[in-house]
Design a protein around this ligand. Sequence first.
Ligand code: HEC
Length: 137
Amino acid sequence: MSRNMSLNRCLLSRSVANAIRAFRVCALLLCAALAARAQSSPNEHLPAGDAKEKAEAACLTCHEARIIVQQRLTKAAWTKEMDKMVKWGAEVDPKDRDALIDYFSANFGTDKSLYEAPKTKIESKNVESKTKTKSKP
Ligand code: HEC
């Protein structure tokens, strides 16, 4: 009887230990995810503007902002792009269509400087070492 009880206690403390371990792993994963988010570049978000909230609601359900912010299109091309996305399922209130086209053309028109892809730490290092080697005579 007493042997059984101590076996039970042992099993119980083992499952408590497992639960604590699982909790620790979860906490670590959460921290890593938060850190990765904090590092994401401002290039990855839609910029401030009148139609920003509507654009976020209509355009970020299927893909991230990056696919949008890396474009440099004329207004005619943004119009086509918008209509294509609506055909594909983007929910855009017809009365917001023009405002969204204006917002995208103003922020991601052909007159804007080229999109710079964010670099990971490793990529930045490689670029740095390449530039260093190049600058040597
Ligand atoms: C129903 C899902 C969906 C919604 C909502 C959506 N898109 Fe897309 N979008 C896609 C898919 C699928 C692709 C192609 C992705 C790929 O090629 O990897 C895409 C690609 C794009 C591209 C890249 C060029 C191209 O045509 O492939 C742009 C720019 C774009 N979307 C803009 C928008 C904008 C602006 C909105 C909001 C009005 C929007 N998307 C909403 C599904 C969607």
